[in-house]
Design a protein around this ligand. Structure first.
Ligand code: AP5
Ligand code: MG
Length: 223
């Protein structure tokens, strides 16, 4: 099963792809995570994209398409993947189709997480993650089970994202509405788009996604 999780900044793409990865053994391919890893390592790619990301702009299609193409060709993607943060433009959506065709793979569903802008701002403002394993948390909506200790790896170090400052978030939202959302009709025409209510709480959104996959016969019926 190959999925795209589609939605604006703070919609819950990262949160829900962690669940889908754990539950269905899919590989999470998150382009934002790949870029942040490149920035932290100080690689040529990292140096090239650092300022663009810090300003909340999109990285160029050519860089992103090359990056994803290299990743999708690795053997583990054959197990099935969840794309988080790609495609973000119509050119990326079309390139993804070509890449999948070349690899004899196909897209099973594009799941749109629908969330109002005001809610997105609230979510991003409270977000933090484990510095060691990247597990995501929120000051109000998803605290670690034991305060100050990561549920997944036990680390006590947490970080907040550089691009989560209010002024950068406004730019990221604008980029979503202007450049990313216009790809939705492309997927609607192809009959692969399903929308879920991303305003609900985390478990409820996860439940809705499972129901959608079940209804579309992407996963087996309940017991
Ligand atoms: P990227 O890392 O992809 O960021 P984004 O799309 O802006 O999305 P976020 O990671 O901010 O949000 P999310 O939907 O993952 O939400 P999360 O689950 O964390 O991209 C970063 C940058 O990289 C871009 O700006 C661009 O510069 C560049 N880039 C990346 N890909 C690119 C591409 N393809 N092309 C060009 N440039 C690219 O949830 C948010 C918070 O809310 C968390 O704290 C979570 O705990 C909480 N939460 C989640 N769901 C719920 C819920 N249902 N109820 C309550 N709280 C919730
Ligand atoms: Mg994310």
């Amino acid at each position: 099963m190959n999925l795209v999780l589609f939605g604006p900044p703070g919609a819950g793409k990262g949160t829900q792809s962690e669940f889908l990865q754990a539950k269905f053994g899919l590989v999470k391919l998150a382009t934002g995570d790949m870029l942040r890893a490149a920035v932290s390592s100080g690689s040529p790619l990292g140096r090239q994209v650092q300022d663009i990301m810090a300003k909340g702009h999109l990285v160029s299609d050519i860089i992103m398409i090359n990056l994803l193409q290299q990743r999708i060709r690795l053997p583990d993607a054959r197990r099935g993947f969840i794309l988080d943060g790609f495609p973000r433009t119509l050119a990326q959506a079309e390139a993804l189709d070509r890449m999948l065709e070349d690899e004899a793979m196909r897209l099973d569903a594009v799941i749109e997480l629908k969330v109002d802008d005001a809610k997105l701002i609230e979510r991003i403002a409270g977000r933090f993650s484990c510095a060691k394993c990247g597990a995501g948390y929120h000051d109000s909506f998803r605290q670690p089970k034991m305060a100050g200790i990561c549920d997944v790896c036990g680390s006590k170090e947490f970080i907040r994202r550089e691009d989560d400052k209010a002024e950068t978030v406004a730019q990221r939202l604008q980029a979503y509405h202007k450049k990313t959302a216009p790809s939705l009709p492309y997927y609607k025409r192809r009959g692969v788009l399903v929308s879920v209510d991303g305003m609900a709480d985390i478990d409820e959104v996860a439940h809705q996604i499972e129901e959608v996959l079940r209804a579309n016969k992407k996963i087996a019926k309940k017991g």
